[in-house]
Design a protein around this ligand. Sequence first.
Ligand SMILES: Cc1cc2nc3c(=O)[nH]c(=O)nc-3n(C[C@H](O)[C@H](O)[C@H](O)COP(=O)(O)OP(=O)(O)OC[C@H]3O[C@@H](n4cnc5c(N)ncnc54)[C@H](O)[C@@H]3O)c2cc1C
Length: 436
Amino acid sequence: MSETPKIIVVGGGAAGLELATRLGRKLGRRERAQITLIDATRTHVWKPLLHQVAAGTFDPDQHALGYLAHARWNHYRFRLGVMSGLDRVERKVILAPLRNDKGEELIPSRSFCYDHLVFAIGSVSNDFGIPGVKEHCLMLDTKSQASAFQQQLLEALIRANTQKAPLQDGQLDVAIVGAGATGVELAAQLHQVTRQIAQYGFETIEPDRHVRLHILDAGPRILPALPEKLSGQVQQELERLGIQVHVSEMVTRVTADAVHTASGLVIPATIKVWAAGIKGPDFLADLGLSVNRINQLKVNPDLTLEDDEHIYAIGDCAACVMNEEGDLVPPRAQAAHQQASFVAKALTKRLKGQAFSGRYVYRDYGSLVTLGRYSTVGSLMGAITGSVRVSGWIARWVYLSLYKMHQLTLFGWWRTGLTTLARMLRRSIDPAIKLH
Ligand SMILES: Cc1cc2nc3c(=O)[nH]c(=O)nc-3n(C[C@H](O)[C@H](O)[C@H](O)COP(=O)(O)OP(=O)(O)OC[C@H]3O[C@@H](n4cnc5c(N)ncnc54)[C@H](O)[C@@H]3O)c2cc1C
C-alpha cells in the first residue's frame, strides 16, 4: 500500500457523497488518507427530489450542491468525469474523455490509482428492452433528465395556452409507467402544478379537460412497498383527484403518441414517463466483476465485493442480500444513507489496522409517499410496535426528515439550519412553480 492510502469513491449521490464527506472529515482532514470523489456531474441534487424538479416545484439551480466547494470544505478532492473502466491489477479507475455540450474534448481519458475503491454510482431506469421506451419515454435518473421533463411540460403548456386552434381534449395527457413511489408522487405533483399554473396566466388551459394523467403498472396494485390497505387508500385518493390508475397492465410498446399494453389498452399521451424499475449502469457488467441479472455488483455482508476485498459497493448499484430468503436490500435512500455510514466506519478501522468484522444490517424504518400538498401517508417500522400507519403532518414531517438527515451529514446542524431558513425565505418571494 502507498504511504498515504488512497480511497476513491465513484458516484457522489445519496450514498457516495455522504461517504466522501464522512471520510474527508475523519481521515482527509488529518491527512490519514487521500479521499477522492469522482462524479459524472458538477453538482449534486438528492435523487428523491427529482420528481419535484420534473414538475417544477423544486428549482435545482437554487439548491444544488457544487462538488468542488463542498470538497474544499470537507477535506476531500473532487474529480469530474464518467468512470468507464477498471484495472484491478494496477488498481486504477479509468475515466472516459470529458466532453462539453458541443462534443468537444475537454480532458482526455485518464486514470486514478486507489488502495480502496467504493462504487456508489446508483442505478438507471430499466426499460426491460420494451420497444419504443428509449425513444419516446422520459426518465428521471438524473437532474438533467428531470429538468428536460420540466422544460417539455412547460413548452407544452405554453404552446397550448397560446395556440390559435381550440385546445383538444387530452392534448396535454401524461402517461406514467410504473406505480411505485416515483410514479405516484410524480402524478400527484403534476396534478398540483397543472392546477396552480392558471394563476400565472395560463387561463386557457382547463386541467380537467385538457390534462389527463394516467399511471400504469404490470402489478396488481400500486405502491407494492406499502401495506395493501394503504396502497388501496392512495389509489382511491388518486382517483378522487381524477388521475386514472391502470393496474395489471403490462406495457408492450410505446410509440410517439401512445402507450400500448398486452390487454390491448392504448393510452394516448403527449408526455410519457418511464419509472418501472431500476438496474445498475450497463458498464458494470463489463468490468469482469460478479453482477446479478440487473447489473448490480454482488457484495459480501460487509459490503466488499465478492470478487475483491479492496472494493466496496453501496447504494442502488450493490446487490446486498438482507435475509435468509435471499431478498436484496431495496434501492432506497435510507439504505444508501446507512451503507455510507457503515463503510465510513469500516474503512476508518481498516486504515487504523483494527479488525472490523461487522456485517451491514439493513434497518427498514418504513415507507412514505407524499401526494404533494394533498396528503402524505405511509407505514413506519417500530422495533416493538411493528408496522404503524401514519398520515397527515406526522407523515409529512418524517418524509421530510429523510432529506434533512442527508443534509445534516453533508453540512452539519448549523448550515442545515441556515439552508432551511434560506429556503423558507425564498419560498415566500418565489412563485410556487418554476416558470422558466
Ligand atoms: C424520483 C425518485 C424519487 C425517489 N424517492 C425516494 C424516497 O422517497 N425514499 C427513498 O428511500 N428512496 C427514494 N428514491 C430512491 C433513491 O433516490 C435512491 O435509492 C438513492 O438515490 C440511491 O443512492 P445512490 O447513491 O446509490 O445513487 P444516486 O443517488 O443515484 O447517486 C449516483 C451518483 O453516481 C453518479 N454516477 C453514475 N454513473 C457514474 C459514472 N459512470 N461515473 C461517475 N459518476 C457516476 C451520478 O451522477 C450520481 O451522482 C427515489 C428515486 C427517484 C428517481
